[in-house]
Structure formats: structure tokens, C-alpha cells
Design a protein around this ligand. Sequence first.
Ligand SMILES: Cc1cc2nc3c(=O)[nH]c(=O)nc-3n(C[C@H](O)[C@H](O)[C@H](O)COP(=O)(O)OP(=O)(O)OC[C@H]3O[C@@H](n4cnc5c(N)ncnc54)[C@H](O)[C@@H]3O)c2cc1C
Ligand code: SF4
Length: 339
Amino acid sequence: MMRLPWFEYRAPRSLAEAARVLAGEGPGAKLIAGGTDLLPNMKRRHEVPATLVALRRVDELKRTANGAGLRLGAGLTLTEVTQVAAVKEQYRALWQAAMQVATPHLRNMGTLGGNLCLDTRCTYYNQNYEWRKAIDFCMKIDGDICWVATASKRCLAVSSTDTAPALISLGARVRLVSASGEREAALADLYRNDGIDYLTRRPDEILAEVLLPKNEGWKSTYWKLRRRGSFDFPLLGVAAAVKTATDGTVEDARLVLGAVSSHPLAIKAGELLVGRKLTDEAIARAGNLAESRAKPMDNTDMDLRWRKHVVADFVGYALRELRGNDMSAERLRTARQSL
Ligand SMILES: Cc1cc2nc3c(=O)[nH]c(=O)nc-3n(C[C@H](O)[C@H](O)[C@H](O)COP(=O)(O)OP(=O)(O)OC[C@H]3O[C@@H](n4cnc5c(N)ncnc54)[C@H](O)[C@@H]3O)c2cc1C
Ligand code: SF4
């Protein structure tokens, strides 16, 4: 049985107190929200924080507000996010992404903030301490080499959050709070293409809120590839959002891939789609561009060449759905649920 290491536990009741405690405890402290990612990682000794600063009692992180746009507290569980009517009706990609994270139990515990700050994943890393020791560890922790690409100077662990690509396609921003103040940033800028240093968030900052712009005519969707219809992390995520004129001409478009890189990968599909209708030819060109940009590595489930190859198919499913095609058969085949 894997046991947790010893740690101090702090349970602040306000965001200001949480920020103060986090700053005061220094580099040995770590935030915990639902704990569905952090606690397994601590059991495997990926991280051994001296102090956990719990966010569960901070009510300010559970608020939602719908006015000039939609504001979602980072402490909302993923189940709560899917229950916000505006998410389901106007920010469909987020609803679909949150609905496909793990299982109902994990969505009841796991939070939006935890999902956005999720550790990157790799077959050689998500193993217990003894397993990793047997291969002499790797550079993400305790070692010097990358077993996925031995010449690589950079860790290639995979960004495996479902909600980040969806939220980036929706133009989301985030509010980060620390004891020394607060700042807002585009969610896309929260990520670095580096499997170790994957967030630009400072260790003393708390992700407090996700801010979505008012939906002015955008339609969006999220498609996920995984082995099983539940439980599994994405092997590919495709988030697409388009804004079209009444005659179907694309005025703006965003396409973001998950799980094919150490960060959510934005594809510059706008040049191929804007000013055109979503014809089969335009969709195929966007799919081919996305497939050429995706760089899946051999560090997660399924064959990497096949995972790269199906990027164009999944982009096609997403854009045809946004065009108005009935994609329920493909949805049932890939997600094994209606979304
Ligand atoms: C079996 C299994 C399957 C899973 N499948 C999926 C899946 O399909 N898709 C997916 O995306 N995830 C999956 N997960 C991962 C996880 O359950 C979710 O990502 C969940 O949303 C994480 O949220 P949490 O609140 O539990 O995060 P925690 O475990 O509490 O924290 C995760 C990380 O985020 C940091 N953090 C948490 N909240 C904040 C905040 N407000 N500000 C700054 N940092 C913060 C923590 O310090 C930690 O580093 C799976 C997990 C398991 C165990
Ligand atoms: S990509 Fe390489 S360095 Fe990163 S976790 Fe995997 S084996 Fe380790």
C-alpha cells in the first residue's frame, strides 16, 4: 500500500488568509483543492510538500457571476461547473470537457483550478517510487535523463488537462491572487511548453477565478480521445470555437489541441477558415494543419503515429459539428456518451 508522506495541514477560511499562509510557509508549501491529482502524486513521492494549504473552506473560490461575461471560481468542483446553466448553454466546449474528465466521483472532488494546474503526465513518471528508482529515475524528478527521448534536454511530459484547451478556445483569462497583490492573464499564457516547469504561475499565487468573455455569437465544442469511455486522461483533446456570419462565413475561429504537447497547443487555423464557409475542403485543410503541428510522444497510451494521424479526424468531427452536422454517432463511438 502506498502511504502519504507526513505534512502540516493548514485550512484558511478566506482567499486573503490563504495567500498569506502560502507566502508565509515558503517554497515547502503546496496548495490542495480536491486533492485528486496531488494526493496520488504525493503517494508516489513526486512531491513531498512540508505543508498543504487547503482551499476547500475558501467560499470566495466557489462563486459564479454572469454579467459582462462569465466568472467561475477556481474552487468550483467540475460537477458544479457542469451545473452552471450558462456553461452548458453558451460555453459548450467547457461543459463537454468538464463532463469528460475522469469519473463522476472524481468530478465531485476535483476542482476547476486543480484541473487547470494539473501536473503533466508521462508513462515513466506516473509510477511509484520503487518503479522509478529501478530505471534510475528521470529528469522530471530525482534523475538526469529523459527516457522518452534520451537526447532531449527538456522533459516532454504531456499536458493532460481537459478544461484548459476548451477554455483557451473560448478566450478565457484567469485572475491570480497573492499576498502581494493580484493580476489577470490570458489562460493560454499560464502554460509553458516544458514538462517540468509547465506553469507560469508563481508558487505564491492562487488561481482564484476564470473569466470568460461575453459570448457574442461563438459556438464551441470539445472532442476527446481516450481508451475507455470514462476514467481515462485524454490521449488527444480538440477544442474548437467559431463565430460565423448568418450566411455561414467564418468571422473568427480558434482551435486548441490538448495532450499532444507539454502545453495546450493553439493552432493558427484562422488563416485557413476566416472569410470562408466551413466546407469539407476548408475543414480538411484545418485538420491537416493541426495534424502536422501535433507532436505526440511515446509516453502515454496507444501508438503515437496513430494518435498523430487521428488529429485530423477529430478536428473534422469538431468543425463538422460546429457547421451543424449531426455528429451523435461519432460522439457515441469516441466518447461513448451523448454530449
Ligand atoms: C483516475 C484518475 C483519472 C483522471 N482523469 C482525468 C481526465 O480525464 N482529465 C483531466 O483533466 N484530469 C483527470 N484527472 C486528474 C484530476 O482528477 C482532475 O484534473 C481534477 O480536476 C484536479 O483537481 P483537484 O481539485 O483535485 O486538484 P488537486 O489535486 O487539489 O491539485 C492539482 C494541482 O493544482 C494545484 N492547485 C489546485 N488548486 C489550485 C488553485 N486554485 N490555484 C493554484 N494551484 C492550484 C495543486 O497545488 C496541485 O499542484 C484524473 C485523476 C485520476 C485520479
Ligand atoms: S518526458 Fe522524459 S523527463 Fe519527462 S517525465 Fe517522461 S521520461 Fe521523465
